[in-house]
Design a protein around this ligand. Structure first.
Ligand SMILES: *Cc1c(COP(=O)(O)O)cnc(C)c1O
Length: 445
């Protein structure tokens, strides 16, 4: 593959943008390929190379790069009619009604412009609503680029995970290991009266994809109920991806107090949202006293794209298609791993997938979870598969990033550039794409 043009572009980019990119994960080594256009489930780069795309914008592109006709028509219509006003529009109400109709926890919703803005607002809301300052997060969870959650360490020793966040901010955040009911119970025993909220991704989706063990979310729900804290599901990535239109909360049967959205809910345009019970969401200004505002919030083009995106999914077998292809991919990769790399764990659910380069193989693979790790206690891999963010971090992350990712790229398969981020099947992917992808895994693993 020739990458001359991408290299030239990156050379220029390095002079005018930090690291040559506008979002840090894009700076793949030694330099990223620059995309010229999308085509269904594929992208074509600046040198004319074609890839099967499983990055899918890091999650938003449920339909790949060819949005259904009603989405395209709505985007054109709202872009040329406005594109925006700083005054309410009907399409915002339509979209809010749609989400409230389908997502169990949502009675009311506030639309914003990014997942980060959604989690920032959700944390402020939880603090304003409860009058408390502390929040619990999961080690290895991701809630965007925000001060309250860019925190690592544990509940005894929370530390900023980046420079630029004051130590004092980090003291209000209590990181706990995902899937560990005892650890979070202990934190509640010590700090329960000060905890405004628990923020959790229903599936750790920015850290290898880690599914919850049985009962974990129920434990969080009970602890929050017992202590008057809010349970916040960060469904920025899982929303309208896992569990279809009811989202991961519907699939797992646990109803949070507040849900944050982003990615798919904007139909490919910048978006975030905070939904929940009216009694809580109405604490946002102007109904309540927790300040929240935004020039572009509820942008008509985004609202139209998001609404038509979800409406199309409600009327067509979109989830049936992508979840079937997702399962086929995970099963296929599981078979290849069984032959070539039995220590690796295939993870993911619905249309999400990843292979975590875990280091230990069980004695037998007989009866293992075949469609991706589901944390089944009787799976032979159960003691070896990742349960926490730390387990994923302990995998062979360097091999993944420096060797495997490049080999896949050279075979025309575009995966997320590190061991940690999810990959996505879209409605535009075909059986043939899946076959080709499995052949590439067979070569590269
Ligand atoms: C992507 C993501 C965010 C941040 O959303 P942005 O739109 O990138 O700001 C927050 N939480 C989760 C779970 C995400 O996957």
């Amino acid at each position: 593959m020739n990458h001359d043009r991408s290299r030239e572009l990156y050379d220029r980019a390095l002079s005018v943008m930090p690291g040559g990119v506008n979002s840090s994960v894009r700076a793949t080594r030694p330099y990223p390929f620059f995309i010229e256009r999308g085509d269904g489930g594929h992208v074509v780069d600046a040198d004319g190379n074609r890839y099967v795309d499983y990055v899918m914008g890091y999650g938003p592109l449920l339909y790949g790069h060819d949005a259904p006709e009603p989405v395209q028509a709505a985007v054109q219509k709202y872009a040329s009619a406005g594109p925006m006003y700083g005054a309410p529009t009907e399409i915002e109400v339509e979209h809010a009604e749609f989400v409230a109709r389908h997502v169990p926890s949502v009675e009311m919703i506030r639309f914003v412009n990014s997942g980060t803005e959604a989690t920032v607002s959700a944390v402020r809301l939880a603090r304003g609503y409860t009058g408390r300052d502390k929040i619990v997060i999961m080690q290895g969870g991701y809630h965007g680029a925000q001060e309250s959650t860019l925190v690592e360490g544990d509940a005894q020793h929370p530390q900023p995970s980046t420079s630029g966040v004051p130590e004092e901010f980090a003291q209000h955040t209590l990181p706990v290991p995902f899937n560990d009911p005892d650890a979070v119970t202990e934190v509640f025993e010590e700090h329960g009266d000060d905890i405004a909220a628990v923020l959790v991704e229903p599936v750790l989706a920015n850290m290898g994809i880690v599914s919850p063990v049985d009962g974990y979310h129920e434990t969080l729900r009970d602890l929050c109920d017992d202590h008057g804290s809010l349970l916040v599901f960060d469904e920025v990535i899982t929303g309208f991806r896992v569990g279809g239109l009811q989202c991961a909360q519907g699939k797992f049967g646990v109803t949070p107090d507040v849900t944050t959205f982003g990615k798919i809910i904007g139909g490919g345009f910048p978006v975030g949202a905070i939904g929940g019970k009216s009694e809580i969401i109405e604490h946002f200004t102007p109904a309540g006293d927790v300040f929240q505002s935004g020039t572009f919030s509820g942008h008509p083009v985004t609202m139209a794209a998001g609404y038509e995106y979800l409406n199309y999914a409600a009327e067509n077998g979109v989830y049936e298609h992508i979840n079937r292809l997702g399962a086929k991919l995970r099963e296929g990769i599981s078979d290849i791993c069984a032959d070539q790399a039995p220590e690796y764990t295939v993870v993911g659910t619905d249309s999400m997938f990843k292979t975590v380069f875990t280091r230990d193989a069980p004695d037998t693979l007989e009866g293992q979870c075949e469609g991706g790790c589901q944390q089944r206690v009787d799976c032979p891999r159960y003691d070896h598969c990742p349960k926490t963010g730390a387990d994923v971090a302990n995998a062979e992350t360097e091999r993944w990033e420096r060797i495997f990712w490049h080999e896949m790229k050279e075979q025309g398969i575009f995966l997320t550039a590190n061991q940690f981020e999810s990959q996505f099947v879209s409605y535009a992917h075909t059986e043939e794409d899946i076959e080709r992808t499995l052949e590439a895994y067979k070569e590269a693993l």
